[in-house]
Design a protein around this ligand. Sequence first.
Ligand code: PGA
Length: 257
Amino acid sequence: MRTPLIVGNWKMNKTASEAAVFVREFLQRYTAPPSADVVVAPPFTALETVRTLLGPSSWIGLGAQNLHWESQGAFTGEVSGPMLRDLGCSFVIVGHSERRLLFGDKDADVQKKVRAALTQRLRPILCVGESLAEREADLTESIITDQLSAALDRLSAQDLATVTIAYEPVWAIGTGRAATTEQAVTVHRSIRTFLAKGWSQDAADATRILYGGSVTPQNAASLLEADGIDGALVGGACLKTDSFATIIAAARNTSPH
Ligand code: PGA
């Protein structure tokens, strides 16, 4: 069984003070942890605040939204893996399409970031996904295969075991137009086949593959109950405690295939 994982990607939203309000309100909703694993990925500037409020042994994991592949040096404006670890992060989102499209992250950069994360014992949440033009040109599978091949190039099975993959079709992100369950399931299946061929069926079965792109309290259950969808990477709907909690509640244990 793969435990479902719900990740809240705050993007460039919430000051540290607003983050504190959110976390307090969110924690009040729970007297016991939910059955899904939960990670929040606030902006860098709110990591310390969120970490402090969650406390040292929280059921909520802390993630960052990006990292630089070098550990330190003359890279103005960048944040490194050791800095994130030191702030209590255990996850980091890598290769988000906004990074790829707006900030020029190339497949080769994504590969270096995945490796840097693994070196720092940060668990990468690797985002892959096609644009609308690529989907319409029937290139979805080949684009995703290229992204995965680059990012996961020559990773050991042991390293792969710490990677989560998020299928995020670019056309579904922030548009209110989520992929249909069928579209997501098809791509998730091809990702799992890719992993089985490159590593092993066991490795493929153990890897969590999330769906992201306009996940809402309304569509979460049908997406999350589908075969092979092991959780969600949530943007807009993670910014309010009630909608994020509803999505978390929609996640149940999924079977290995
Ligand atoms: P969205 O963003 O839920 O707002 O579409 C998802 C993401 O970009 O991770």
